[in-house]
Design a protein around this ligand. Sequence first.
Ligand SMILES: Nc1ncnc2c1ncn2[C@@H]1O[C@H](COP(=O)(O)OP(=O)(O)OP(=O)(O)O)[C@@H](O)[C@H]1O
Ligand SMILES: [Mg+2]
Length: 246
Amino acid sequence: MATPLLALDSIVKDYPSEAGTFRALHGISMTVMPGELLAIMGPSGSGKSTLMNIIGALDTPSSGRFHFAGEETSTLSEPALAALRNRAIGFVFQQFNLLPRLTARDNVALPLIYAGLPRRDRLARANALLARVGLAERTRSRPSQLSGGQQQRVAIARALAADPRLLLADEPTGALDTRTGAEILGLFKALNREAGVTVILVTHDPGVAAATDRVVRIQDGQILYDGFPTPEALAGAAGHHYDAVS
Ligand SMILES: Nc1ncnc2c1ncn2[C@@H]1O[C@H](COP(=O)(O)OP(=O)(O)OP(=O)(O)O)[C@@H](O)[C@H]1O
Ligand SMILES: [Mg+2]
């Protein structure tokens, strides 16, 4: 079998709190193969963003092992983790997180500075990425001149700048109306199907999760369901159904 892109084994995350420590993740185990498109669902405070931060190498687990493309991340130094993030992972956020004073093109080109590309090549690549997300005509617009859906397209182009293997999106359609959200979801699906990018998105929207291949439902820091996006799973009615896709 191919090497999983992500392998999480008994991941625990504790946050310090006034009452001692608060356990946000209670031993999460899951694997994600290259090319998967999956949705993480669960109530507010269930640990979805905490899990995404660990998967994205933005944070480290309190215990448990996390392998990214076969590499045990706890053995990596902070610079090595940062290099992994910059090289292999693209991040998309609910509120887009674009720099307001920069044009769409410059927002997308910015992360390429870390890749050491000369300015000319950065701008050419940014233009090509914006064309790929359907914004060839808006490369010189600033975020305030773009609709929410267009801003999210810019953010997706930026996330693709380093040609990552993994796209992580925390509520990418949460700030968008239903129709625009569906368009953004279609873009993620196209990137997954056509470019083979592994996509993990956090969503509260059963309609979004229904369009993915796999739903992981989390509650109180534990996996309650991991499998096909059945109507029961999307409604939160299916419990303790581990590893339907093994
Ligand atoms: N930096 C932190 N310090 C302390 N506690 C934290 C921290 N980050 C998250 N928590 C707590 O951990 C739990 C999980 O938080 P998390 O942000 O992962 O939830 P979530 O599922 O993403 O929720 P939402 O749907 O509201 O975004 C919550 O109880 C939260 O209060
Ligand atoms: Mg969250």
